[in-house]
Write a protein that binds this ligand. Structure first.
Ligand code: TTP
Ligand code: MG
Ligand code: MG
Length: 458
């Protein structure tokens, strides 16, 4: 992985560009230490606004300003057009005419009864309290008039690649952080220091918008940790500039949860100790934090609260894990719905294996995730001695993980994950069959050793 530290790239003894270094007298040693002082680090975090929904609005501009939610299913090429052809057979309803589809033709969420979940919602829908990860049925109660569109990952991936290519044309030091966000090292880029980085942020925003019609929000700060928080300050289509001196006024009043790395569990524990804001956290003795949250995490909490983070912007970000999960149409029971669960489980394993193979990765930590009918979630994983992208192996090991969870409750979600990824073919030679440890006993599993899987292999 190539890593950028934001230091000035010129060699120490390199004269500044265009400058001639001469010694008038032999005893005068030419001053070759003309390297300009290192520039202060300026790191941007850029995040697209309501990304999936905004991409949908590009093809259906008539929905601009309306509450729209994305989720519930995958887009089948032109459900809508098919219905239009039936309703208005004398008109041309080819794909170029999507912008002419009358509003009345779009499906609403009113009366939705499935188990679908929202991936994202337009800002107009968010004013009703609708947001990512919310069940569509709940959203239907909050805003029955909201328009429901299915997901189209190919389209989102296309725009994801497009906006990232635009950024690297302007500022080459970019780290991919997912489908709709990146970190960018502004330090050395023209405009990256002007007005704290606002000039460059504005240029990038404008160029992305002109090329795609999509808006984004940018936070520019001394490091990734603060930049990530700052990109949310002025969403949508906003720019926020944060300097070190703004720590107390802009960062300390925020909830601890705003720090990327403080999840719901840590937040709950912090709250139990009366720590609500980042300022509360900064005020705690670092030794107390270490005692209560563990040495490494406690130390990190302290540094984060003081806005310190020197992680570099790395050019390539490798995926850490790949997973597939599904929420069932109705809750399923491990015994009563054994064969259906088995089929779904096998399909998830095959999908993860196909994802790994398509992208050229293999992994050795295989895990499962369950969500019960009471919404409680559990995960289990197991690490092998070998790296794999093989569906049957993933299925076998994930099946072992399933034996370690309570299966007396009904389930609403099942997921399979493969982690500790490496590029295919780069893994060190593997020892013999993998072993797993349950409690204190370690045993080998091989082709024939696998006895009873929870769900039958079909
Ligand atoms: P986000 O950047 O978190 O959200 P967003 O771009 O929709 O909205 P915002 O303006 O607040 O940034 O996520 C990017 C995309 O990832 C989002 O458009 C849909 C998808 N996503 C999910 O599928 N499920 C989720 O729970 C979240 C949070 C996002
Ligand atoms: Mg976003
Ligand atoms: Mg995002």
């Amino acid at each position: 992985m190539r890593v950028l530290t934001g230091r000035h790239p010129k060699g120490k003894n390199t004269p500044a560009c265009g400058q001639t270094v001469t010694a008038r007298y032999p005893w005068q040693v030419p001053d070759t230490h003309l390297t300009p002082p290192a520039l202060p680090r300026r790191i941007a975090h850029l995040d697209m606004d309501a990304f999936y929904a905004s991409v949908e609005l590009l093809r259906y501009p008539q929905l601009k300003g309306l509450p729209v939610v994305i989720g519930g299913g995958r887009r089948k090429e032109d459900d809508l057009l098919g219905r239009l052809r039936l309703a208005y057979p004398d008109q041309d309803w080819s794909a170029e005419h999507l912008a002419e589809i009358p509003l009345a033709f779009f499906p609403r969420i009113a009366g939705y009864t499935g188990r679908g979940v929202i991936t994202t919602a337009t800002y107009a829908a968010r004013t009703f309290g609708i947001g990512s990860a919310m069940g569509l049925m709940k959203a239907a109660k909050l805003c029955p008039e909201a328009i429901l569109l299915p997901v189209d990952f190919d389209q989102y991936r296309h725009y994801s690649r497009t906006f990232k290519a635009i950024i690297t044309e302007i500022a080459p030091l970019m780290e991919n952080r997912g489908v709709d966000e990146v970190y960018i090292d502004f330090t050395e880029v023209p405009g990256g220091q002007r007005d704290g980085g606002r000039v460059l942020a504005r240029l990038i925003q404008k160029t992305i918008f002109e090329a795609t019609g999509l808006t984004c929000s940018v936070g520019v700060a001394p490091n990734k940790l603060i930049a990530k928080m700052a990109s949310e300050f002025n969403k949508p289509n906003g720019i926020s500039i944060v300097h070190e001196a703004d720590l107390q006024t802009l960062i300390w009043p925020l909830a601890c949860r705003k720090i990327n790395g403080i999840g719901p569990k840590a937040e709950e524990k912090l709250q139990k100790h009366g720590i609500h804001t980042i300022g509360d956290l900064a005020a705690r003795d670092p030794l107390w934090l270490k005692d209560n949250f563990g040495k490494a995490y406690g130390a990190w909490l302290h540094e984060a609260a003081w806005g310190r983070d020197d992680r570099p912007v790395s050019l390539e970000s490798e995926p850490v894990s790949m997973s597939r999960e599904t929420t069932f149409e109705k809750d399923l029971h491990a015994v009563r719905d054994r064969s259906e669960l088995g089929r779904i489980f096998t399909r998830l394993c095959e999908q993860v294996a196909a994802d790994l193979q398509r992208k050229g990765y293999e992994g050795k930590t295989i895990g499962i995730k369950l969500r019960y009918d009471n919404f409680q979630s559990v995960t289990r994983d197991q690490t092998l001695d070998v790296y794999t992208a093989d569906a049957a192996t993933i299925r076998q090991v994930a099946g072992q993980c399933l034996k370690r969870v309570d299966l007396s409750r009904r389930l609403r979600l099942l997921g399979v994950r493969v982690g500790s990824l490496v590029k295919q073919g780069t893994a060190p030679a593997a020892p013999t069959p993998y072993s797993e440890t349950i409690g204190n006993s370690s045993f080998q599993v091989n082709e024939h050793g696998q006895t009873q899987l929870l769900f039958p292999l079909d």
